[in-house]
Ligand binder design. Structure first.
Ligand code: DTR
Length: 343
């Protein structure tokens, strides 16, 4: 016993001396380790957001927090992200509330055809409106990041130039996009993004409506050669932590996470709008001869008219559920205009 004690004392004093000899601070082991699950690949834009967040958190806490990333559905897939976080399978989960409008009813208002111009404006609006309304649907969770992609575009095997082309076409969207496709006359399917490439290959679907970077990031341009130039609705993303896990974090770590939450909408929106989508479109046009299909002004007006009743129908349905839907849409529009004006 005595010998062992003196040996460990010796090792301790050597360990303590090393940083002095090297003239560096002792490398600190992380005090907090967080696991973070995401359902799609690391190289996609939400995956980039996730690794950027993890790096920033580590940097700003001087190494106090280590985040272990599990992208690509390795820990939780699109359908069980939020339950997985509640059960403690992962400390943090990045999922899409738009995949489950029944569970996230108020947030589904953000996926109404409100004419968001890009991901930066829609992401800022989503975060601001969520802080303002504190929707009950996030009870039990601490939201650590929110953002959206750009409004979705129809990306299809055959060109879609008119309502006649779309009639009966099997098109996929996130859950919140399904009513949009239905209103346009398609045969819509709700499906998480990672299932899309195979569904395209096996011709279960003729195309998808989502942000355009998936043409490259999920290699969809190999089969889907047409994009219809009609921006529709956004898809919302929310990264959450279980509330109790959050409550137990040190105050200084919480402060950095809150600071990052306010930065993520713009960081992610800019990356998506400026590099991700543009790069993917150029690649798809050069490498796979992707074509952008324009709608005639008359056709565009006809599509707008088909979508117009969606907002008031949604308001009626959600008000009936006791949700503040009228005010939610009013604020979404006001925030959209405020952020679009750069304020
Ligand atoms: N817009 C969402 C999905 C989406 C778009 N890009 C990515 C990348 C990784 C995961 C999901 C998405 C949708 O239509 O499902």
């Amino acid at each position: 016993m005595k010998r062992a004690a003196s040996l460990s004392q010796l090792l301790l004093s050597v360990a303590a001396a090393v940083p002095l000899v090297l003239g560096t601070l002792p490398a600190r082991a992380a005090d907090v380790t967080l696991t973070y699950a995401f359902f799609a690949p690391a190289g996609t834009f939400p995956g980039r957001q996730m690794s950027h967040w993890a790096e920033e958190l580590k940097k700003r806490t001087n190494g106090k927090v280590e985040v272990k990333l599990f992208p690509g559905g390795t820990l939780l897939n699109a359908r069980d992200i939020y339950d997985g976080v509640s059960k403690g399978v992962a400390d943090i989960g990045l999922g899409s509330p738009s995949y489950d409008p029944g569970r996230f009813p108020l947030t589904s208002g953000m996926a109404m055809p409100l004419g968001f111009p890009n991901a930066v404006v829609a992401s800022q609006t989503l975060w601001a409106i969520t802080k303002e309304f504190k929707p009950k649907e996030y009870e039990g969770y601490k939201i650590i990041a929110m953002f959206t992609g750009e409004p979705g575009y129809i990306q299809s095997r055959a060109p879609v130039r008119s309502a006649a082309d779309i009639a009966g076409m099997k098109l996929r969207a996130a859950g919140t996009g399904v009513p949009v496709l239905k209103a346009l006359g398609a045969a819509p399917v709700g499906m998480p993004m990672p299932e899309v490439p195979q569904a395209v290959q096996t011709r279960v679907i003729d195309g998808t409506m989502t942000s355009r970077e998936v043409l490259q990031d999920f290699r969809l341009a190999e089969s889907l050669k047409f994009v219809t130039d009609y921006p529709s609705v956004i898809v919302a993303f929310a990264a959450v932590m279980d509330q109790k896990r959050w409550d137990g974090l040190p105050a200084d770590v919480k402060k950095v996470i809150d600071e990052l939450a306010d930065e993520m909408p713009v960081w992610t929106g800019k990356y998506h709008d400026q590099q991700n989508v543009g790069g993917a479109m150029a690649w798809a046009q050069q490498t796979h001869k992707l074509q952008v299909v324009s709608l005639t002004p008359a056709e565009k007006t006809a599509w707008d008219n088909k979508l117009a009743p969606m907002v008031s129908d949604w308001i009626t349905e959600m008000n009936a559920k006791g949700l503040p839907a009228t005010r939610y849409i009013e604020r979404a529009k006001a925030l959209r205009d405020q952020f679009a004006a750069g304020k």
